[in-house]
Design a protein around this ligand. Structure first.
Ligand SMILES: *[C@@H]1O[C@H](CO)[C@@H](O)[C@H](O)[C@H]1NC(C)=O
Ligand SMILES: *[C@@H]1O[C@H](CO)[C@@H](O)[C@H](O)[C@H]1NC(C)=O
Ligand SMILES: *[C@@H]1O[C@H](CO)[C@@H](O)[C@H](O)[C@H]1NC(C)=O
Ligand SMILES: *[C@@H]1O[C@H](CO)[C@@H](O)[C@H](O)[C@H]1NC(C)=O
Length: 443
């Protein structure tokens, strides 16, 4: 538990951290965290207007494109995987390379399709995370699909949640064909696919604070998000009952300007010198959003169908890798992982991670990892392994051929927050797979 004084005022170190975050990547974060999401070039014709998964099951008899998967299901190689701390380990070279690429998978967001955008180096594709305590097997799409057969896996959060969801879609699509069954009309914030071979559903829900919010609108001069820390986001929570696996991923939106409410009163704001409200930073409001959401999820689970099993996972914060001048667009030009000791975790990233890990730990009950009525809480604890991968971001390759016509590197917009696909984000899903595969949960 945190000491009360840590929660209630800013110590100089925190203040420094806020300032740093405000000055360096804010403009960049704004730019691509908030940019509307372009519609994909092509998608399945069967688009529905409801997010209710039960209404999307289609027979595939007349679908020529549908590839029937092998009858025989691959069994998980080891049914008794021990509990492992996947966060401790090292990146080791791996000749095998990724399971998919920018041409074999069509759910890669354009800005993360580094290969297609002309990124010339490929070394970043040949690394594998080796945990210190145990093994992390190479992703196996059919084993994963077998675990979520007749189940619904939902990613809920910000653009990093979407990045991880799209990575999982590419990994799974290397084994079976998904059908896009829902997509919101304009900004593509909500989508759903079904793998007909396994009746397995994967959804993405946009919810960058998890709780209720009114998003900023730069066009109308509204620079601040308004976040209601004691109200839930109905868009996803109203569909909670249908979800068997939930992966939350959030954090970066708490760093940008926001006004925070409780009980319909403003309790403070962040990056808000133009208002006469208390600057409350982001650690406390982040902690409240996460813990209240997880507590509500537990409450709804316990009150729901008592035979249902659920995994609720939170992907931990990953820090940006911008380097260079404070007042210029930073970049992330490294082509290899950092070696042990070569990089230090930012205070902010460490605190954001710890907030999530502590919240999950206290919800787990006796601290022994036991399930509460079939509800398993887990962290996809990737803060450290992601820290070591400055080479895994799109950098300038968020746009096609950024250096054509002699454009200079320092004037090109860089993305050093999201991950190339394929890339290190695929490892997040290898860890997720192991968490889902825990004995007695779904298998
Ligand atoms: C897999 O199972 C075998 C025997 O059942 C056991 O000896 C081995 O340690 C297990 N390996 C892992 C990674 O759990
Ligand atoms: C992409 O993957 C497909 C299918 O695995 C393969 O045939 C193709 O050669 C790959 N392309 C590149 C550029 O690696
Ligand atoms: C398909 O999966 C959904 C959950 O996503 C489940 O509610 C439904 O019962 C499944 N259908 C069949 C035929 O098992
Ligand atoms: C700002 O808040 C302080 C303390 O609540 C108050 O004394 C002051 O009058 C306010 N200033 C403005 C401009 O509203």
């Amino acid at each position: 538990m945190k000491a009360p004084h840590q929660q209630n005022h800013l110590n100089p170190r925190k203040l420094f951290t806020y300032t740093l975050y405000v000055l360096i990547p804010l403009a960049l974060l704004h730019y691509y965290l908030l940019k509307p999401y372009p519609a994909p070039a092509r998608f399945s014709p069967q688009i529905h207007t409801s997010l209710d998964p039960s209404s999307h099951i289609h027979p595939h008899d007349d679908d020529d494109d549908f590839v029937q998967p092998p009858e025989k299901e691959l069994k998980l190689q080891n049914q008794t995987l021990p509990r492992c701390d996947y966060s401790a380990g090292t990146w080791i070279h791996d000749e095998r390379g990724p399971l998919y690429n920018g041409t074999s998978c069509n759910t890669i967001k354009e800005n993360q399709n580094c290969m297609a955008h002309g990124r010339p180096d490929t070394g970043y594709l040949y690394w594998r995370w080796r945990p210190t305590e145990c093994s992390l097997p190479r992703f196996d799409p059919l084993s994963f699909l077998q675990l979520i057969r007749n189940r619904h896996l939902a990613f809920i959060g910000d653009s990093l949640a979407r990045n991880q969801a799209e990575s999982l879609m590419c990994l799974l699509a290397s084994g079976s064909h998904p059908e896009l069954v829902y997509q919101d009309s304009t900004e593509n914030r909500y989508r759903r696919w079904i793998f007909g071979s396994h009746n397995a559903t994967v959804s993405i829900y946009w919810s960058p604070f998890l709780v209720k919010r009114i998003e900023k609108n730069e066009k109308e001069g509204i620079r601040h998000n308004r976040v209601f820390l004691d109200s839930f986001d109905e868009r996803w929570i109203s569909e909670f009952e249908s979800m068997d696996v939930i992966v939350f991923s959030l954090g970066h939106w708490f760093l940008i300007p926001g006004i925070y409410y409780e009980n319909e009163q403003i309790i403070g704001c962040h990056v808000c010198s133009e208002f006469n409200h208390t600057e409350i930073g982001f650690f406390d409001v982040f902690r409240k959003a996460v813990t209240r959401t997880l507590e509500e999820v537990r409450r709804r689970h316990v009150e729901g169908d008592d035979r249902r099993k659920r995994l609720v996972a939170v992907t931990t914060f990953t820090q940006a890798h911008f380097e260079g001048e404070w007042d210029k667009a930073g970049s992330c030009a490294k082509k290899e992982p950092y070696k042990e000791g070569e990089v230090k975790m930012e205070y902010t990233a460490g605190e954001m991670r710890r907030t999530v890990v502590d919240a999950l730990e206290s919800l787990r009950g006796n601290g022994d990892g036991s399930r509460v009525n079939g509800l398993q809480f887990e962290a996809v604890d990737v803060t450290r392994l992601a820290l070591l991968r400055p080479d895994g971001h799109p950098g300038p390759y968020m746009y096609p051929n950024p250096f054509e016509n002699g454009k200079a590197g320092d004037r090109v917009q860089n993305d050093c927050v999201h991950w190339c696909m394929p890339g290190p984000v695929d490892t997040f899903n290898e860890i997720l797979w192991q968490l889902i595969a825990q004995p007695g949960l779904f298998s």
